[in-house]
Design a protein around this ligand. Sequence first.
Ligand code: SF4
Length: 387
Amino acid sequence: MARKTVFQTLSKLSQMGDVTLHEPAGDSPQSERKRRSRKQEFNLNDCIAHLSTPRGPKAVMKSMMTTACERNCNYCVFRAGRAKTKRVTFSPDEMASAFQTLEGSGKVDGLFLSSGIIKGSVTTQDKLIDTADIIRNKQRYPGYIHLKIMPGIEYDQLYRSMQLADRVSVNLEAPTSERLAALAPKKIFIEELLRMLQWAEQIRRDHQNEKLASSVTQFVVGAVGDTDLELLSMSDKLYSQANLARVYYSAFGPVPGTPFEHLPATEAIREFRLYQSSFLLRDYRWDVEELPFLRSGNLRTDVDPKQAWADEHLLHQPIEVMTAEREQLLRIPGVGPVGADAIIRSRRRGALTELIHLRRIGIRTPHRLAKYVLLDGKQPVRQLKLF
Ligand code: SF4
């Protein structure tokens, strides 16, 4: 592509601003969002996000093939007919050359590519695939690519997307068909979304010798009465049945000029508690029924879910650190997989009798767990001897 044309493409990219603000893609979605500003003038840096990816921390170009869309999701800044949205569209060649320029200049090492839907999902997905194909096969870029999957695409398109990308997102948006109908009237929960995630897992199973993308999803939290129980029950199913790498929770925020503009925003703390609970399901193998839901179906926002569970179950039945199984150790607030393994290694060498012993093996906040454990048969003294 001629120099002038590349310059025009980059200028177009910079006009888009931070179009993927509501689509987290890394391992720290909350800090990812906080780092962004709300200024009126956009520049090229707005489409660069610093993410923790499966290939390590990276500066990633986050963009969309088009900010036009024929669908009408009630919360979305790009919904059809929203007059305030500036519509910008790229061809696959343009998008690939913009990426090549930024990657070649060392500004980014990774791509997250999404799109509004124009002329149907199949046509739109073809554009995403064509872009990734140019980047992988013409430009020979071997690095990180994360592609969005449009609702209801064909099986072969999903397979091709998974061959080209490291990660694919199929955003369910809501935990049930009814909630989705309220959020996004033109999306079909099972046929267009859930099926994509099931196919992705099937494709990985059928092609075990190929390097294929992992899959993730995202929920919009709190706009249509969805409960934490609904969101986490669906997350649990997706982790166990569709082998999802992770689930994102995006606290709803009202966008002017949309049908939901007058709804209250969801508190960030609710999103945070959902992430904490989701990790208990995925990494600690908790059952969803063990999470401390209130009668409303939501979690308490004032306390970490692991601590709420421990207050209910461990205060009168503390865990003996010297003999507990790894799974039991992981139930103790302040003990993660690394801490549990350190305890197991260390207790083989001698008794752990004081909180300071736990601090020495890397448990950073041993005072937090004092009331939930026994150390060699005794309740630990909470006063830490630091020196
Ligand atoms: S399909 Fe995507 S881009 Fe289009 S309105 Fe819905 S959420 Fe927005």
